[in-house]
Design a protein around this ligand. Structure first.
Ligand SMILES: Cc1cc2nc3c(=O)[nH]c(=O)nc-3n(C[C@H](O)[C@H](O)[C@H](O)COP(=O)(O)O)c2cc1C
Length: 265
């Protein structure tokens, strides 16, 4: 389970409305609303661990600067509950940090290098689809020691209310997620795997059924993340798991590793 991104200070998030539906997906401009690190450690983490004792818990870190990322990692490193960090350098809904960080190869490299020096748990990097060179960003992250790359986050988008003649979202722009982005995210995952076949890769974007999870694995991913689909159908995860075992039995695969990346060879 990847927890909602946490920042050093509490963030109220963007002006509402912060979500709207689109064809085959949704647009959100939450703006990384969260309680901030102190309350996250004092309240959210213990509550999560108590109600999900078997879950492998990954903290998503959202810093506006390198120092903030390092501060978050230092404070959370000793928690015991967190098994990996996912660096969110791909949020499209914030003025600082987020995808501005993730579209900059030098900033991404320095961040991962510094994080690897202090982190006691694996460091994953969630890359943005909003750059002309997602493979370049993944490459510098891998060179800097990232333990895995997550491809990808939401794609910047908007919707206009034709009666009010205004943008629907209070923030005007948001990030598109759900099935609408699946083919675009899959392409990026595939390209990253082709360039960096040894790098552990996590597919993210648009998975709403087992068949799409299998496509990410065939593209080279070892795991997939599922977000938007769980709003619509909370049992999506169970369905994906069942589909995967049925698919593997039908195809004669004994492990994910046996078919991971087959479509990219
Ligand atoms: C309401 C909402 C809130 C999100 N918050 C975060 C966040 O805090 N940190 C993050 O890295 N990604 C966040 N995302 C992006 C998702 O984690 C995911 O990368 C994206 O939605 C694509 O996957 P999906 O199509 O399965 O939702 C959020 C997405 C939605 C819809």
């Amino acid at each position: 389970v990847i927890l909602k991104s946490v920042s050093k200070n509490p963030r109220p998030g963007n002006v509402p409305p912060r979500c709207c539906e689109t064809d085959s997906g949704m647009i959100n401009s939450i703006g990384l609303a969260n309680v901030g690190l102190d309350k996250f450690i004092a309240e959210k983490l213990p509550a999560f661990a108590a109600s999900n004792p078997d879950a492998v818990c990954i903290a998503s870190l959202a810093g506006e600067t390198l120092d903030e990322f390092l501060y978050l990692a230092e404070k959370l490193s000793g928690s015991g509950t967190i098994k990996a960090f996912e660096l969110n350098i791909s949020c499209p809904n914030v003025a600082k940090g987020g995808m501005h960080f993730g579209a900059d190869c030098n900033a991404s490299r320095q961040l991962v290098e510094e994080m690897k020096k202090i982190s006691s748990v694996p460091v994953w990097v969630k890359v943005t689809p909003s750059t002309t060179d997602p493979v370049g960003v993944a490459t510098v992250c891998a060179e800097a020691g990232a333990d895995a790359v997550v491809a990808t986050n939401t794609i910047p988008a908007m919707k206009i209310d034709i009666t009010r003649c205004r943008p629907v979202l209070g923030n005007t722009f948001g990030g598109l997620s759900g099935p609408a982005i699946f083919p675009a995210s899959l392409r990026i995952a595939y390209m990253i795997h082709r360039a960096l076949p040894e790098l552990p890769l996590v597919g993210c974007g648009g998975v709403d059924c087992g068949e799409k999870a299998v496509q990410y694995i065939l593209a080279g991913c070892s795991a997939v993340e599922i977000g938007t689909a769980t709003f619509r159908r909370p049992d999506t995860l169970a369905e994906v798991k069942q589909f995967l075992s049925d698919y593997m039995e039908k195809m004669g695969f004994n492990s994910i590793e046996e078919f991971r990346g087959l479509a990219a060879r």
